[in-house]
Design a binder for this molecule. Structure first.
Ligand code: GAR
Length: 201
């Protein structure tokens, strides 16, 4: 089974979706390690509930971003992680990290990229006035939210939506999309050709 490591910073509801899919066997992958850059991340507790090793790695203990990422890489490699999932991880990865997992890091983002990258994507969508937003799972490269797109789900924006109500509806779709993409990758169905990602039917 594909060994997956998950990086988190906060609530961990996407991690929870992955943990549940792993437990019921539908993920086709095993979550072997959860790492957080925030001590208070609820995600760490969720991992503990599922008996998955989880660790807070304090950024302030390292004197550069490269050194921090190198430490994360070593922990992931020590558990033979083959795929890294960013599930609400709010830090940009360095090229040191990405070189250790080429085309093997994916991220979930709460908008239809390339619209609304960065923070508060749902508020950006409401403020811009788009009629549709959604979520994107993409490979991670050095650009923020800029790597090749694997899958997207469209979520209509309602007239009375605010950032919170839209975020809640997008989140429901995130919880479906992220495990689905991990399942595809675990089954070897995903190929990257330049910026285009092909998923075998
Ligand atoms: C999710 O909505 C995820 O898409 C977003 O943070 C939230 C994490 O929630 N990620 C980003 O905005 C990355 N740019 P969770 O901790 O409950 O999974």
């Amino acid at each position: 089974m594909l060994k997956v490591g998950v990086l988190v910073s906060g609530r961990g509801s996407n991690l929870q979706a992955l943990l549940e899919a792993a437990r019921d066997g539908s993920l086709g992958a095993e979550i072997v390690l959860v790492l957080s850059d925030r001590a208070e991340a609820q995600a760490l507790l969720r991992a503990g509930d599922f008996g998955v090793p989880a660790e807070y790695v304090a950024p302030e203990n390292f004197n550069s971003k490269d050194a921090y990422d190198q430490a994360l890489v070593e922990k992931l490699k020590a558990r033979n992680v083959e795929l890294v999932v960013l599930a609400g991880y709010m830090r940009l990865l360095t090229s040191t990290f990405l070189a250790a997992f080429p085309e093997r890091v994916i991220n979930i983002h709460p908008s239809l990229l390339p619209a609304f990258p960065g923070l508060n994507a749902q508020a950006q969508a409401v403020e811009y006035g788009v009629k549709y937003s959604g979520c994107t799972v993409h490979f991670v490269d050095e650009r923020m939210d800029g790597g090749p797109i694997i899958a997207q789900t469209v979520v209509p924006v309602k007239q009375d939506d605010d950032a919170d109500s839209l975020a809640r509806r997008i989140l429901e779709e995130e919880h479906r999309l992220l495990p689905q993409v991990v399942r595809w990758i675990a089954r070897g169905k995903v190929r990257v050709i330049g910026r285009r990602v092909l998923v075998e039917e």
